[in-house]
Design a protein around this ligand. Structure first.
Ligand code: BDR
Ligand code: CA
Length: 316
């Protein structure tokens, strides 16, 4: 099993990503760190603890991280994730695990040293903690076996601005530091994540289920379907976790990635230049149906409401 640290801003799709990571046999989650993103860091920390506890993962430590981006004020995404960030989920775990006193960047560094050469780091929120960890330990890219980032919009439009994806847009300076640091990175951006979706009809089929993954999915999607009235949403973060377990799920281009930080209109834009031996890979194609299969087998989520051939649609 590959030891992994997940860095999250839990968040509806982060919650499902945590559930998937716990269930995938390839991965052993050794710690989870939190960051301000979809919600403030305190809420993200409580949500993360609650989701881990829901799955009975009370021995996995959670470390609180940055409360705001490196240089900018924090702007949340509660509009999409609900006031509590978990879509108003009604989940009451029986027991609760620890929240560490040590801050997230320090936990990243310590864990990377401990599992030097084998740790996989999966970042599902703004990259503030990781940028701070690189400042603490400039050799971090040597210790981390692979970094998987849910972030960026490379050859597709962004989801916050026409150019930028939320995680990168939130803290572009941090993303810039991470992109320059020399990690063996897989950038799992909107180019591939929007193809894997959770549909209203799938949620309805889960009503009354007692499987922890299915219950979680039913609960965290309350806000999206009942309040916002949308018919599907993308499972960005679960896709990144699936790629962390099975990197062959994506193909793409080896490239040097650059994150633009200014002017404001292009803040958070991710650009890339192909380079055969670059340590980073920009994902461009995803084995969508294999991801749906993992979600079904490991989390108890049936496939999309559409026929499998239509699952590849890049609907917004
Ligand atoms: C990313 O932004 C957040 O809202 C999601 O949790 C995901 O990590 C998608 O742009
Ligand atoms: Ca996230």
């Amino acid at each position: 099993m590959i030891p992994v640290v997940l860095d999250v801003d839990t968040g509806v799709d982060d919650a499902l990503a945590l559930g998937l990571a716990l269930a995938l046999p390839e991965l052993r989650v050794v710690a989870v760190t939190t960051v301000a993103g979809n919600v403030d860091v305190e809420q993200a920390t409580q949500n993360t603890r609650r989701v881990l506890d829901w799955f009975g993962a009370v021995s996995i430590p959670v470390a609180r991280g940055a409360s705001q981006p490196l240089l900018r004020p924090h702007q949340d995404a509660r509009e999409f994730h609900g006031t509590d960030g978990l879509g108003g989920a009604m989940l009451t775990p029986r027991r609760s695990g620890p929240i560490l006193d040590t801050a997230a960047p320090e936990v990243m560094v310590r864990t990377a040293r401990r599992y030097a050469g084998s740790l996989r780091l999966v970042c599902l929120g703004p990259l503030t903690n990781l940028a701070m960890a690189v400042r603490l330990e400039p050799r971090l890219p040597e210790f981390i076996e692979r970094l998987i980032v849910m972030g960026g919009a490379f050859a597709v439009p962004g989801n916050v601005t026409p150019f930028a994806e939320f995680n990168v847009w939130s803290d572009p300076e941090a993303a810039h530091i991470v992109a320059e640091a020399g990690f063996r990175t897989i950038w799992v951006g909107l180019d591939v994540t929007t193809a894997v979706r959770f549909y209203r009809a799938v949620r309805e089929s889960l009503a009354g289920s007692n499987l922890p993954g299915a219950r979680l999915a039913y609960e965290v999607s309350r806000w999206a379907f009942d309040q916002r009235g949308i018919d599907s949403f993308a499972l960005h973060d679960p896709v990144a976790v699936a790629v962390a377990a099975q990197p062959d799920l994506v193909t793409g281009e080896r490239a040097v990635v650059q994150v633009l930080t200014s002017p404001n209109e292009i803040r958070g834009r991710t650009v890339w230049r192909a380079q055969t031996h670059a340590p980073a890979l920009v994902a461009q194609e995803l084995h969508t149906q294999a991801v749906y299969k993992l979600l079904q087998e490991r989390l108890g989520l049936p496939g999309g409401e559409e026929e499998p051939t239509q699952w590849d649609d890049h609907a917004p």
